[in-house]
Write a new protein. Sequence first.
Length: 451
Amino acid sequence: MENSHKKFLIVFLLFFGMLEEVQSQSVLNNYLDEGLQNNLVLKEKNISLDQSILALKDAKSFFLPSIDFGATYTVADGGRAIVLPIGDLLNGVYSSLNTLLDRQAFPQIQNVEEQFLANNFYDARVRISYPVINPDLHFNKQIRDQSVRLEEFEIEIYKAELTKNIKQAYYKYCLAYTAKQILEESKILVQQNLKDNKSLLANGKGLPAQVLRAESEVENINSQLIEAENRMKNAAYYVNFLINRPIESEVIFETQSINEMEIDNLMQEEDFSDRAEIHKINTAKGIQETALRMNQNFAIPRLNTFADIGMQGFEFDVSDQSRYFMLGVNMSFPIFQGGRNRNAITRAKNEIRNLSYQTELLDDSIEMAIRAAKNNIKAAEAAKYSAEQNLRSATAYLRLIDRGYKEGTNSLIEFIDARNQFTLSELKLTIANYSLLSAVAELERELQTLN
């Protein structure tokens, strides 16, 4: 029975510890989620992604037939005209026939003059057109599809950067908050010291100089508290700015634990091939390669077909004769364009070479950043260990001096020095802890892979 109680107690403690850890992470995770949903720059990038998706839909629509309705109406007078000498050709013949028949069976007619510009003429039609051969449409669709992925990688890159910035901003806030707490605890200590010195002075056992020195220490702590409060407010402002909240919104503090196992796993990680930046530059290179193939196919003829169904006539005449149907094919083939096509090919090749150089530079810069981030973690861990040892020593020293001061074996200056060392050690450990967390956030960013 006793063993079962012990097991239950162990399980309860483990569960409570896990629950506490989850809760300590929840505030930061909530801020991260809120930032990824509400950040204004991220919203702007999502709009750019939507625009790219619409452009891809437009590119796909060119593979479907297009149907258009068009109508024209013209009123004209003057201009070029053609004269048909019908009267000159037929009037003599008609006169001879009338003489032979001895009656006016054939009238005399006038010459006809017809102008080229149609007057009081309408033409209404529905045109159905379809591209038969046009490689530009296929290449443009591929480019638009790659552009969508490019925007997606841009969003992934900004999300990773935003996540790092929110984490580091929150750690900075926690650092300022903790520093303020340490100073408030130190203020209680120096206020008690001032109270004790005033009591000794009132009983004739103390010195006025000791009271003045104690009052000076209280004012010094008050000054440091004002600075700490200002740093905490500024850190909270930046957190609210990143997650797009009102600038004066409250930022909740929770102690952030350091997961040594997670840090060890990060320190062993070397693969960064799935970084969004690498996929982005490879996609940009793919776009230029597609553009190169499109430019290299400039000599392929472009063939389109169309069909017109409509009505045309003078004075809005609508009859069987006004209806018409026309089917046509048009083709274009470049013969001479001043070398523009070859220039486009050269430009695309230059862009591909440029992106290849950028790929090499990006790999080197990421590798360098990862190594620097790991070195920063090692330095932060060493500083944390040193601060922990220093705090232990300062705590023991303050305990001894405080007891000696109360017993009269140690001076006020020794007590103030011990208290300052203790406060400084607490601050150094706090700075070391959050510097380590900030360094871990930096390494997480450098090893960021696609979700």
